[in-house]
Ligand binder design. Structure first.
Ligand SMILES: Nc1nc2c(c(=O)[nH]1)N[C@@H](CN(C=O)c1ccc(C(=O)N[C@@H](CCC(=O)O)C(=O)O)cc1)CN2
Length: 291
């Protein structure tokens, strides 16, 4: 292997320590940030993520409120819970764990969250704010990717960045964030025709396709920075969207799976909760936690 390993796990631990310092300073002023996480149903991976979110929220000194609802909960009951959390001043951030059960309308649920408590950054108003360069709550996984990229590369201006995947959660906001940093951004997806060629021109690849080892080693431009957002459970264990062994022969730097982007998601959720708390209390945004 020749590529530098981008250690998201270590970066996330350091980020959480910085957040804990910010929380302590806020608590000293009589404000303790609170994060409410809502889980509907028993999806095994979601249960693990929600448990980790609760533990890490408490570890940084924030109040954690967990709401677990049965899979068959009517949507109206979930919306009523969100209304209560919107009105609760001890709750600064609200997150509804995805995916939701099939009978629920994801957009309606997300857009019921008060935008300034939407620490996932999925509310339509935050999507618009990000797209127009306004102060927004920014989706956690792309924010984590941006932090890793800036830490590794410094200025992203003028770099050719390829985002593979166009989801609302990762691909689209990732493209917006890279554009904001003056990268030249291409978004590829399942209908893109010349993906290997596009990859070979990219200084930065962010792979978020949801297909195990989809991005091949010989697609990588020598020295490129590769950010792998994929979390695919296979017979070989957890693997990313990039063929890590092959890509790391050519890339300049690469994130592993696990231990790369994944841990940044929860750290950035805590960062967003601290930011939301600062904003609602008329304080400046905490340093280094927003794009
Ligand atoms: N409301 C939301 N739902 C979901 C989000 C989200 O950002 N908001 N993202 C994902 C799941 N997710 C957090 O919710 C998440 C995914 C992965 C990790 C992580 O730390 N991954 C580890 C591996 C852990 C494992 O073994 O599964 C890693 O990559 O090292 C944290 C959070 C979907 N839902």
């Amino acid at each position: 292997m020749t590529a530098t390993l981008i250690n998201g796990k270590a970066f996330a631990a350091d980020l959480r320590a910085r957040i804990a310092t910010g929380v302590a300073a806020m608590t000293a002023r009589g404000i303790t940030p609170g994060l409410a996480v809502v889980l509907v149903g028993e999806d095994p991976a979601s249960q693990v993520y929600v448990r980790s979110k609760g533990r890490m929220t408490r570890e940084v000194g924030m109040n954690s409120f967990e709401h677990r609802l049965p899979a068959e909960t009517p949507q109206a009951d979930l919306l009523a819970l969100i209304d209560r959390l919107n009105a609760d001043p001890s709750v600064n951030g609200i997150l509804v764990q995805l995916p939701l059960p099939r009978h629920m309308d994801e957009s309606a649920v997300i857009n019921a969250i008060y935008p300034d408590k939407d620490v996932d950054g999925f509310h339509i108003l935050n999507v618009g704010r990000l797209a127009t360069g306004q102060k927004a709550m920014v989706p956690c996984t792309p924010l984590g990717c941006l932090m890793l990229l800036r830490d590794h590369l410094g200025d992203l201006g003028g770099k050719n960045a390829l985002v593979i995947g166009r989801s609302n959660i990762v691909g689209k906001p990732m493209a917006q964030l890279l554009l904001r940093d003056s990268a030249t951004v291409t978004v590829a997806h399942s209908r893109t025709k010349n993906l290997p060629e596009l990859c070979r021109q990219a200084d930065i690849i962010v792979a978020a396709v949801g297909r195990a080892r989809f991005v091949q080693g010989d697609w990588i431009k020598p020295g490129a920075t590769v950010i792998d957002v994929g979390i695919n459970r296979t017979d070989d264990g957890l693997v990313g969207d990039v063929d890590f062994d092959a890509a790391s022969q050519t890339a300049g730097a690469i994130t592993p799976v696990p231990g790369g982007v994944g841990p940044m998601t929860i750290a950035c959720l805590l960062a967003n909760t601290l930011t939301a708390t600062a904003r609602v209390n008329g304080l400046p945004d905490p340093e280094g936690l927003t794009p």
